[in-house]
Design a protein around this ligand. Structure first.
Ligand code: AMP
Length: 285
C-alpha cells in the first residue's frame, strides 16, 4: 500500500497510464466529487481487487449542477480526502481544475445527451444534470483510459445511463457496479448527509425502512403501498418520487402482476436536503 500521488494535470496522468499499460498493467478508475466516505472507500477496495492500478478522480463538475443547487456549497477538502485514501490502495488522485477538464470552456464541451431516461426521476427536477454527468464521465474516461470503471449502485439512474453510454459509444471499458454502503442504522452514506441536522439525520432512517418493507412484499402493488405508507408515517419527510423500474430499461413498470426483478428508486426531501436511495426487488412466480 502506498500514499497516493496527487496530480491536476490531465497530460501527466495520461502519460502515467500509458506507461502502466506498456508494462501490461490494468487500471481501475473511480470518479468522485470528493467529500469521501466509506462508500467511496468500498469502490476503491473493489477497484484494487480488479486491477493493478487505481486512479480516483475528485472533481465537482459544474455541468451537472443546476441553478440554485449546491455547486458552490458542495464540500471541498482535498487534503482531508487525500488523507482518507492513505493506505487504501490508490495510486493516483486526479484533482483537476476546470481548465483541465474543459480546456475550451465548459459551454463548449462536447455535450452528451442523456436521452429519454435522463429526463425522468432525478432528471425532472434537475434538468441537464445527467447530460452534464455523462459529459464529465466521458471526458474523464478519455483522460484516464481505464480498463475498469467503478461506480456505486447508490446512484442507480446514473449507473444505468453510464452503462447505456458505454454500450452505445462502444467505450473500451468494463463497468463494475458496487452495492450501496450504509451506516449502521441503514442510512445510505452520502456526502450530502452532512447537510442534515441531527433530528433530520434520524428522520432519514425512514428511507431504508421503506425500502426494506417493500423488499418483503409479495407483489409490486403491495411493495409500492408499503414503501409509501412507511415514508408517509414520518413527519417532515417529503416524497419527490417513489417508483419501481425495470432494471433493463429503467422505465416504470406498469401492471400489478409483474414477475421478475425490479428496482425501487426513491428521492425525498428532509428539511432542505434531498436524498436518494434504491433497492432491488424480486417477485417470484
Ligand atoms: P459522488 O462523489 O457522490 O459523486 O459519488 C462518487 C461515486 O461513489 C458514485 O459512483 C456513487 O454512486 C458512489 N457512491 C456514493 N455513495 C455511495 C454509497 N453509500 N455506497 C456505494 N457507493 C457510493
Amino acid at each position: 500500500m502506498t500514499t497516493p500521488a496527487i496530480t491536476s494535470s490531465a497530460t501527466e496522468l495520461s502519460a502515467q497510464v500509458a506507461r502502466w499499460r506498456e508494462l501490461g498493467q490494468t487500471i481501475a478508475f473511480v470518479p468522485t466529487m470528493g467529500a469521501l466516505h466509506e462508500g467511496h472507500k468500498k469502490l476503491v477496495t473493489e477497484a484494487a481487487a480488479h486491477a493493478d492500478r487505481v486512479v480516483v478522480s475528485i472533481y465537482v463538475n459544474p455541468l451537472q449542477f443546476g441553478q440554485g443547487e449546491d455547486f458552490e456549497q458542495y464540500p471541498r477538502d482535498l487534503a482531508s480526502d487525500a488523507g482518507f485514501l492513505e493506505e487504501a490502495g490508490v495510486d493516483v488522485i486526479f484533482a483537476p481544475l476546470e481548465a483541465d477538464i474543459y480546456p475550451e470552456g465548459k459551454e463548449r464541451a462536447p455535450a452528451i445527451d442523456a436521452g429519454e431516461i435522463g429526463a425522468l426521476f432525478e432528471g425532472v427536477e434537475r434538468a441537464g444534470h445527467f447530460g452534464g454527468m455523462l459529459t464529465v464521465v466521458k471526458r474523464l474516461l478519455d483522460i484516464v483510459h481505464p480498463h475498469v470503471l467503478v461506480m456505486g449502485q447508490k446512484d442507480a439512474q446514473q449507473l444505468f445511463l453510464v452503462t447505456q453510454m458505454v454500450k452505445r459509444e462502444l467505450l473500451p471499458v468494463t463497468l463494475l457496479p458496487v452495492e450501496t454502503v450504509r451506516d449502521r442504522d441503514g442510512v445510505a452514506l452520502s456526502s450530502r448527509n452532512a447537510y442534515l441536522s441531527p433530528p433530520d439525520r434520524t428522520r432519514a432512517r425512514v428511507i431504508c425502512r421503506a425500502l426494506a418493507a417493500a423488499a418483503q412484499a409479495r407483489d409490486l402493488e403491495s411493495a409500492r403501498a408499503e414503501a409509501r405508507d412507511t415514508l408517509g408515517g414520518q413527519e417532515s419527510v417529503e416524497i419527490d418520487y417513489l417508483e419501481t423500474v425495470d432494471p433493463a430499461t429503467f422505465l416504470p413498470i406498469e401492471g400489478a402482476g409483474y414477475r421478475g426483478e425490479a428496482r425501487m428508486i426513491v428521492a425525498v426531501t428532509i428539511g432542505e436536503t434531498r436524498l436518494i436511495d434504491n433497492t432491488r426487488l424480486t417477485f417470484g412466480q
